[in-house]
Design a protein around this ligand. Structure first.
Ligand code: FE
Length: 357
């Protein structure tokens, strides 16, 4: 009784009615709202969504058994795995999920809804299209010294790429690669994937790492038309075509552990795996559908087909701890370097003051 009353209070506080389905989403409103509207139109089930930029998993954990969350939507296997590790999601399956989502794109407690490639962008003027046999490992070669831009290595997008390199080549080789890439950076890692393409346009660097859908988002950006110019200055390249295939990551969904509207939640997740929703993901956000037979958008299709890494995304996830350790190792080296620099500067200032006196 007490629990029921508390649940009602929580739901009322969150503005949710219990017959609806409640979504906590890291995915943005412009993308999922039209898909949810279609679902409501077809099923009569209302979708209440909380859009979050951070702290989603922590919030669900904190709410515990009283959480109104039914469905959690997020990006990157690292974040989906975090939901599992924090024990805030439950097993999910349905005939529709099994039919629509290939086995390599689902775990017991999560499923992928779209895929995206970790591409390499190259300057049209200074580099051109990268050769067919270009690999991620090539980014560590001395010829790229001072020419690479990337966002932080600690970001899930890069951690996943590093984890996949560990999975394919082992820890030692991956560490050497990280050191090589770090040595080749044109500037300290900063900004998001789009900012790196901007830096290529500005001549700060020649190549960058970035997710594939950003190319589509920049090329069609009416709100910030300058992004069209950034994108027009680069080629999109899909590395590892003669080896293991381009690293793919996912966006996905999971069923909250204490989902109060489980039947409706599964209905919504089923819908997200279907033709209609998959096509909307492809059109609105330039991602690759996971359901076989659903085509990517025309623009995405124009970038060509390519070999995707066949490694299971779960095998990639197994290497997160090592990927993080690798990044922290190099981050610490940078810290030591900065610290040494500060000490030298302090000594210099002291020496200067002495001279001055
Ligand atoms: Fe993104």
């Amino acid at each position: 009784m007490k629990k029921t009353l508390l649940s009602l209070i929580t739901l009322a506080a969150a503005g949710f009615a219990s017959a609806d389905v409640n979504v906590y989403s890291y995915r943005q409103e412009f993308l999922v709202k039209p898909i949810f509207a279609k679902f409501t139109q077809e099923t009569g089930i209302k979708v209440n969504t909380i859009y979050l930029k951070k702290g989603l998993a922590e919030r669900v954990k904190r709410e515990g058994e009283q959480s109104p969350a039914d469905v959690i939507m997020t990006v990157d296997i690292s974040r989906l795995q975090q939901l599992v590790d924090m024990d805030i999601v439950q097993n999910i399956t349905s005939p529709m999920i099994e039919k629509n989502i290939p086995a390599k794109f689902r775990g017991d407690k999560w499923l992928a809804l779209t895929t995206r490639a970790r591409a390499v962008y190259s300057s049209k003027d200074r580099v051109g299209k990268l050769p067919e046999d270009f690999d991620y490992l090539d980014l560590a070669k001395p010829e790229w010294k001072g020419k690479i831009c990337t966002r932080s290595g600690k970001h899930p997008y890069n951690l996943s790429l590093i984890a996949s390199i560990i999975a394919h080549h082992g820890n030692e080789k991956a560490k050497m690669w990280l050191q090589g890439v770090k040595d080749n950076l044109a500037r300290k890692p900063q900004g998001n994937d789009r900012q790196q393409v901007k830096a290529i346009k500005e001549g700060i660097c020649d190549v960058s790492l970035g997710n594939s859908y950003y190319f589509g988002k920049m090329l069609t950006n009416e709100k910030h038309p300058e992004q069209k110019d950034w994108a027009a200055s680069v080629y999109i390249n899909f590395p590892d075509q003669n080896t293991t295939g381009t690293h793919m990551n996912i966006s996905g969904a999971a069923l909250a552990k204490y989902s109060p509207n489980k039947a409706e939640a599964i209905q919504l997740i089923d819908f997200l795996t279907g033709d209609e929703a998959q096509a909307m993901y492809a059109e609105v956000n330039f991602e690759y559908p996971v359901k076989a037979g659903v085509k990517p958008s025309e623009l995405v299709a124009s970038w060509g087909t390519f070999k995707q890494d066949s490694l299971s995304i779960l095998d990639v996830a197994k290497h997160y701890a090592e990927a993080r350790a690798g990044i922290i190792f190099y981050a610490n080296k940078i810290t030591v370097f900065i610290y040494t620099g500060l000490v030298l500067r302090a000594i210099f200032i002291r020496a200067y003051r002495c001279i001055d006196i």
